[in-house]
Design a protein. Structure first.
Length: 189
């Protein structure tokens, strides 16, 4: 094969690969976009760690293992998020929604109802993901609490992936409580 032909094929393959990879635009909570990120293993099996795990339930760990301590009720964090802002906590709740393109975020709520208080969970700067069919699972999440205003274009992007915002501002932005997780334990029954 001639050199120019090989270069053409390489360009075509690179372009094709870029089209095949799912593109989930990220408003990376940390580190800033463009920073190199070491990817953690997607999931490992674990022994169910909470009373939510019933017979036959399977628990998987995504990201880093959750370390002991910092346990707080999710409802308490959601009631006073500024009291916890910047702090690492471990909370438990119901997985209400998950990014349907990559599993790069999920909504964690205090119970299964759509009206229940909840927050969005991001997994570092795409350091790990959760299965796209995790809705309905129970989760323990360890991560940093953040209170953010989500820009209008990112609100629209998240809604296209299945997100819900209960109250948007007039300019299309939304204020939300989020956790930037280092580790997630998902229990599916």
């Amino acid at each position: 094969m001639t050199r120019p032909r090989a270069q053409e094929i390489a360009v075509l393959l690179t372009g094709a690969l870029a089209l095949l990879l799912p593109a989930c635009k990220a408003e990376a909570p940390a580190p800033e976009p463009g920073t190199a990120v070491a990817h953690a293993p997607l999931a490992t099996s674990a022994t169910p760690a909470s009373s939510a795990a019933s017979a036959g339930a399977k628990t998987t760990v995504h990201g880093s293992a959750i370390t002991p301590g910092h346990e707080v009720e999710l409802a308490k964090v959601l009631a006073s998020p500024r009291d916890f802002e910047g702090k690492t906590v471990t909370v438990a709740g119901d997985v209400r929604r998950v990014c349907k393109k990559m599993g790069c975020w999920m909504e964690l709520s205090t119970d299964k109802s759509d009206a229940a208080p909840g927050c969005r969970v991001f997994f570092g700067a795409h350091q790990f993901f959760v299965p796209k069919d995790s809705d309905g699972s129970q989760a323990r999440v360890q991560g940093e609490v953040q209170v953010k205003q989500v820009q209008a274009d990112f609100v629209e992007h998240l809604e296209q992936e299945g997100a819900s915002f209960k109250a948007k501002n007039a300019d299309g932005t939304a204020d939300e409580v989020r956790l930037v997780a280092t580790g997630v334990e998902l229990t599916r029954g």
